[in-house]
Design a protein around this ligand. Structure first.
Ligand SMILES: N[C@@H](CCC(=O)N[C@@H](CS)C(=O)NCC(=O)O)C(=O)O
Length: 233
């Protein structure tokens, strides 16, 4: 099996550590699955990119003759018939994985975007009014409080560590990075427990090494004439 994971060729500093290829890397590391990286430019979006991912986003994978997008679908595919998705727990794990992406991630993203817009309005749009921010915070807090009650009583969301934890912990990482989990000790401990896993650590090291290499590649002139000019300077 040849697994290729697509991410961006290069990105500025601020999203590094949070680009969703980390979810696929993490699952692959948990499973001991080798993979290679391929890249697409973030801008301009190419037709070849949109053929693989209609919204022009990442991640995507090519697994032999299967091309897939959506981080949740990719993690489910890789986890099939493994300890990340045991057959007798499949329904519950899928339930929590979809809850992470459909009920938790949207409320965290909506609130987080207001924070990012405050810091980088040129990229994330005009800042929201305090009333809107408060409303979005309440929506998010409702979901976080519900998860806090559940995770106060268990280490992992669906029993043993599973595919659902990859999606849920990665989603909660975004809230943690914006200091939104300070009132949620069980969620903070859950994110710490998940990100302390050696598989996550390896995935994150490779994810960050990719951006470091991308910076170096941009700093290196590829045009032989430019290289020649550089050498003769
Ligand atoms: N629901 C998608 C979301 C993918 C997504 O938001 N990707 C971001 C990077 S983490 C992206 O490509 N953003 C750039 C863009 O939308 O142009 C998934 O989970 O795969």
């Amino acid at each position: 099996m040849t697994l290729t994971l697509y991410t961006y060729e290069w990105l500025p500093e601020f999203p590094r550590g949070f680009v969703r290829d980390i979810r696929v890397r993490w699952a692959a590391e948990e499973l001991g699955l080798p993979y290679q990286i391929a890249t697409v430019p973030v801008y301009p979006k190419t037709d070849a990119h949109r053929d693989m991912q209609p919204f022009g986003q990442v991640p995507m994978i090519v697994d032999d003759d299967l091309t897939l997008f959506e981080s949740g679908a990719i993690v489910l595919h890789l986890a099939e018939n493994t300890d990340l998705l045991p057959a007798d727990q499949r329904a519950q794990i899928a339930q929590w994985l979809i809850a992470a992406l459909n009920s938790v991630e949207p409320v965290i993203s909506a609130w987080t975007l207001t924070r990012l817009a405050g810091r980088m309005p040129q990229i994330f749009g005009p800042p929201s009014s305090p009333e809107v921010v408060e409303h979005l915070r309440k929506n998010m807090d409702g979901r976080l409080a519900a998860l806090e009650r559940i995770l106060a009583g268990r280490n992992w969301i669906a029993g043993e560590f599973s595919a659902a934890d990859i999606l849920l912990a990665d989603t909660l990482r975004v809230a943690a990075a914006e200091d939104a989990l300070t009132d949620y000790p069980a969620l903070t401990a859950y994110v710490d427990r998940a990100t302390a896993r050696p598989a996550f650590q390896r995935a994150m090291a490779d994810h960050m090494a990719h951006w470091t290499a991308a910076d170096a590649a941009r700093a290196t002139p590829t045009n032989p004439k430019e290289k020649q000019d550089e050498l003769s300077r």
